[in-house]
Design a protein around this ligand. Structure first.
Ligand SMILES: NC(=O)c1ccc[n+]([C@@H]2O[C@H](COP(=O)([O-])OP(=O)(O)OC[C@H]3O[C@@H](n4cnc5c(N)ncnc54)[C@H](O)[C@@H]3O)[C@@H](O)[C@H]2O)c1
Length: 244
């Protein structure tokens, strides 16, 4: 049995993870911690830590996993460049699956987005729109960032230069190089993402809508089963699903 520790277990995702563990025959819940608890005190009881807490916590969690040689699955989003750099450094010591979205449907959307951007070419304007529940703390969503990164990669531009986060005022005509990213917040929406490819005379829209957090939780638990047998490094969900 693979022993799992859940960090952030009191949260929306944490609760979905706790409820979904019994569906995975290879997994056993070893410990669950939240803000104020001491992960260091229980880390020895697990093989893999699953972090769905706060972006401020992840570097410390990854450092502890590296120190104790435990695998790590990161679902938390919203990390700064510095935090991202630190986590990548720690992945030299342990295997980490780090995914902005663990659903199979969204990973299909990632694949379709790349294909559509390649086929439609540079004449299509690119916009990413996401909607989440009113309590979500970070914006844009990690998934929207991943979608925008895929578009920037196909266009061979830097996302930091091409991204256009919302528009207000006399902003002028849209630049062809822009990748628009827009965040809507409200109600209890689990997670909606649309990638728009717009040209004069036609428009393609790719949409994914999540209606249950179990889809993310089961993906993260599948990643936990997989990551314990991997050498150190950073992996995404496409690797877990065998798509690369
Ligand atoms: N990758 C994915 O598929 C995916 C899907 C949904 C949400 N998320 C991300 O997961 C994270 C959690 O989302 P949520 O909706 O469950 O949030 P939430 O606010 O409901 O839960 C977060 C939990 O983490 C706890 N926490 C905060 N700081 C902590 C710390 N230092 N140590 C331990 N626990 C701590 C909080 O007390 C809370 O219980 C967010 O970053 C969100 O964007 C990722």
């Amino acid at each position: 049995m693979i022993k799992v520790i859940i960090n952030g277990f009191k949260g929306r995702m944490g609760q979905a993870l706790v409820n979904c563990v019994p569906q995975h025959q290879e997994l056993e819940l070893a410990a669950q911690v939240d803000a104020g608890d001491d992960l260091a005190a229980v880390i020895g009881s697990g093989d893999v830590v699953i972090d769905f807490s706060s972006q401020a916590a992840t570097v410390g969690v990854a450092a502890l996993c590296a120190q104790h040689q435990k695998a790590l699955v990161i679902g938390t989003t919203g990390h700064s460049d510095t935090e991202t750099f630190e986590i990548r450094k720690l992945a030299k010591a342990i295997p980490i699956v780090w995914a902005s979205n663990f659903s199979t449907g969204v990973n299909t959307l990632f694949w379709l987005t790349r294909k559509a951007a390649e086929i439609l070419g540079p004449d299509f304007d690119l916009e990413v729109v996401e909607m989440h529940h009113r309590l979500k703390k970070d914006a844009p969503s990690g998934t929207a960032k991943t979608l925008a990164e895929i578009l920037a990669d196909v266009r061979k531009v830097r996302l930091s230069e091409a991204a256009r986060h919302g528009r207000a005022g006399i902003v002028g005509a849209r630049l062809q190089s822009e990748i628009g990213v827009h965040s809507i917040r409200g109600g209890d929406v689990v997670g909606d993402h649309t990638v728009i490819f717009a040209n004069t005379g036609e428009r393609v829209e790719l949409t994914h809508k999540a209606s249950s957090r179990d889809t993310f939780a089961n993906g993260a638990l599948r990643a936990a089963e997989w990551v314990v047998n991997q050498p150190p490094g950073i992996y995404d969900m496409q690797a877990v699903l065998g798509l690369k």
